[in-house]
Ligand binder design. Structure first.
Ligand SMILES: Nc1nc2c(ncn2[C@@H]2O[C@H](COP(=O)(O)OP(=O)(O)OP(=O)(O)O)[C@@H](O)[C@H]2O)c(=O)[nH]1
Length: 312
């Protein structure tokens, strides 16, 4: 384990370091609370042994601050054991209240010190596995099972946040509604499984283009989501004028260029998409208005012959 030892006494720290290193641990030493926080932020620490009385920031305050830092990351938790010369009841209570997990005396025997750390590292490992599993679950809950894009629920949540940010910054907000053309006929002709495969390929193509626009900074922060069925949404939260129109055209071209056969898609002969795109000033309208405008324009793109984008 990488252990952060926080103690203002150089002599005690040297003895402790030697003991811990003899158990096979890697030790970092901080001489006060602030130095401990700096080291905690700079390195991946597995366990903290925290002194209480120190000049400047004491161990209780350092612990409270470390817990606050961990609060920004769901499920983050580093075991903190207070090590003190005065193991009074009130010190113990304050230590636990500050976010500490255990309390040992500076004169603790080697066997007890080693056993305590073993127990804490076991809990920390369990917690870390739980945290990974939760992150994975959270990610799965946000993704559409077929295409791997963000699902509608996750998109709605992101749009709410990004919309408010754009309103505060006075930036325009764009949305593209993307729909696969004559997709019912595709399913009817090639079968539902082939339809699934086709949706995956189209989603992948859209995602790739949008990611590219994000990476080359023409549409920073843009992302694609599966809106439902054979419909996708592309959110462009920070677009310079005309960016959403350019992105819409490139999506139409890119999906056409996939050349996925679709005999029942009019004269096109391949899978195509239609797009309705809108851009509005968030301070002057409601997000529902953005979706309504994009939907109306998607309808217009369908009416005008499909395989095209209608954008305002
Ligand atoms: N294979 C497959 N089909 C889906 C999925 N979700 C929706 N669909 C199908 O998508 C089709 C959409 O049909 P419509 O809404 O009539 O639209 P369309 O045939 O694409 O016609 P236009 O939009 O007017 O070009 C329906 O047949 C749905 O069953 C899916 O996950 N997999």
């Amino acid at each position: 384990m990488k252990i952060l030892l926080v103690d203002d006494s150089r002599a005690i720290a040297m003895v402790m370091c030697a003991r811990l290193e003899s158990f096979g641990h890697e030790v970092r030493h901080a001489a006060n609370g602030q130095a401990a926080i700096d080291l905690f932020q700079a390195e991946a620490i597995d366990l903290i042994l925290m002194d209480i009385e120190m000049p400047g920031m004491n161990g209780f305050e350092a612990t409270t601050r470390i817990r606050a830092l961990e609060g920004h990351e769901p499920w983050a938790w580093t075991p903190i054991i207070f090590v003190t010369a005065t193991d009074t009841d009130s010190n113990l209570v304050t230590a636990i209240e500050a976010g500490g997990d255990d309390f040992i005396s500076k004169t603790v025997s080697e066997a007890v010190l080693q056993a305590k750390m073993k127990a804490m590292s076991r809990i920390a490992a369990l917690r870390s596995r739980l945290s990974q599993a939760n992150r994975k679950l959270q990610d799965q809950a946000n993704r559409d099972g077929l295409t791997g894009l963000l699902n509608r629920r996750a998109m709605d949540l992101q749009v709410d946040t990004l919309w408010e940010q754009a309103a505060r910054a006075g930036r325009p907000f764009s949305l593209l509604m993307v729909d696969v053309d004559n997709f019912k006929r595709y399913n009817d002709h090639y079968g539902h499984l082939a339809g699934d495969e086709c949706l995956r390929a189209v989603a992948n193509c859209i995602d790739h283009c949008v990611q590219h626009a994000h990476d080359d900074r023409t549409a920073l922060g843009a992302f694609a989501a599966r809106y439902g069925g054979e419909e996708f949404a592309v959110v462009v939260p920070d677009a310079a004028p005309g960016v959403h129109a350019g992105l819409a055209s490139s999506l139409v071209e890119a999906v056409h260029a996939l050349r996925i056969p679709h005999e029942k898609n009019g004269d096109f002969g391949v899978v195509t998409i239609s797009i309705g795109g809108a851009c509005i000033d968030p301070t002057a309208g409601h997000v529902k208005e953005l979706f309504r405008q994009a939907d109306d324009l998607l309808y217009k793109a369908k009416e005008s012959g499909r395989n095209r984008a209608e954008v305002c």
